[in-house]
Write a protein that binds this ligand. Structure first.
Ligand code: IPM
Ligand code: MG
Length: 359
């Protein structure tokens, strides 16, 4: 007997609505094949919410998300909202959702699909038989949520400040998440900080080291963030799970995704306590591609797979989506971002249908 699930859907801006539509088609097929019922509710957030309600994150959106089992999000943002003050920008919707829904752990896998090896910008001897690492980014603390502001003094004129703050409890819970996941992978955690300079990083390092004692089967090492950035291109295969702060994770997860060469392929999960989570592609709203049926929907489709696995406890259905994606790639179908000679170019909608047809 199948289950019934409530999914909050936030298409957002730019290519968001197109890739979400393709992914919902795949989810619908999962429902048909496996006998589940997915009840979706479409909600506003980001630039489109600013245009219709004046608020990037209407309270109704947060309330509906809370009533759901999981949230699927496309992307937010675009040039037309770039002039707005910081607290009214579309990106504020993401910070608001993360903060208000308590989604403190952001999982960003960077996986190089064997079929897409030619898209990887690194030399074959560096990638070897493939890449498979996971960035676990702290998502509701640090400099993103610390006090910020401007002040004026006679002697300095205007100055601006942002604050990096981490409590022991915040570091501990993200560290536990990383160790727990590493246990099911290759059992290695690399904690990334700037402990040679930042006091918050020294606390981070101490807490991660202490938590590590509870996971003796997992190997832990520490890297400074500048070194980690270098190691990611020099020898990415040394990494299994990288755990790091909000801002370092923002930067390193972009780098890790580019190392695979296919940011259009990478999903993400943002988790809190319990099973609830928000799932979205790692890529942004790509306004230059919007409305042209050219965007790659696979990152969003794979985000649906993560949603089935982490929030709905449907690992078999998640695997069905992942296998369908691999089959479609193996058959040679590519969206423009992944195109190479001899492959078949397809649009967003067609790519969604192809994945669907393999479920
Ligand atoms: C991300 C994005 C966001 C972030 C922006 C859009 C607020 O870059 O999810 O990585 O910085 O967290
Ligand atoms: Mg980012």
């Amino acid at each position: 007997m199948g289950g019934q699930y409530r999914i909050a859907v936030i298409p957002g801006d730019g290519i968001g609505p197109e890739v979400v539509k393709a992914a919902l088609g795949v989810l619908e097929q999962i429902g048909v094949t496996y006998g589940h019922q997915f009840v979706t509710k479409t909600l506003l957030a980001g630039g489109c919410a600013i245009d219709t309600t004046g608020n990037p994150l209407p309270p109704e959106t947060v309330a509906e998300c809370r009533k759901s089992d999981a949230v699927l999000l496309g992307a937010v943002g675009g040039d037309q909202w770039d002039h707005l003050p910081g607290d009214q920008r579309p990106e504020q919707a993401l910070l608001g959702l993360r903060g208000q829904l308590g989604l403190y752990a952001n999982l960003r896998p960077a996986l190089l699909y064997p079929e897409l090896k030619e898209a990887c910008p690194l030399k074959p001897e560096i990638i070897g038989d493939g890449l498979d690492l996971l960035v676990v980014r702290e998502l509701t603390g640090g400099i993103y949520f610390g006090t910020r502001g401007r002040r004026h003094t006679e002697s300095t004129g205007w100055e601006a400040f942002d604050t990096e703050v981490y409590s022991e409890a915040e570091v501990e819970r993200i560290a536990r998440m990383a160790f727990t996941i590493a246990r099911q992978r290759r059992r290695k955690v690399t904690s990334v900080d700037k402990a040679n300079i930042l006091e918050s990083s020294r606390l981070w390092r101490a807490v991660v080291s202490r938590v590590a004692a509870d996971y003796p089967e997992v190997e832990l090492n520490h890297l400074y963030v500048d070194n980690a950035a270098m190691q990611l291109v020099k020898d990415p295969r040394q990494f299994d799970v990288i755990v790091t702060s909000n801002m370092f994770g923002d930067i390193l997860s972009d780098e890790a995704s580019m190392v695979t060469g296919s940011i259009g392929m990478l999903p993400s999960a943002s988790l809190g306590e319990g099973n609830f989570g928000l799932y979205e592609p790692v890529h942004g709203s790509a306004p230059d591609l919007a409305g042209q049926d050219r965007a790659n929907p696979l990152a969003t489709i794979l985000s649906v797979a993560m949603m089935l696995r982490y929030s709905l406890a449907l690992p078999r259905e998640a695997a069905a989506i992942e296998q369908a994606v691999e089959q479609v790639l193996a058959e040679g179908y590519r969206t423009g971002d992944l195109m190479s000679p001899g492959k078949t170019l397809v649009g967003t909608e067609e790519m969604g249908k192809l994945v669907r047809s393999h479920i």
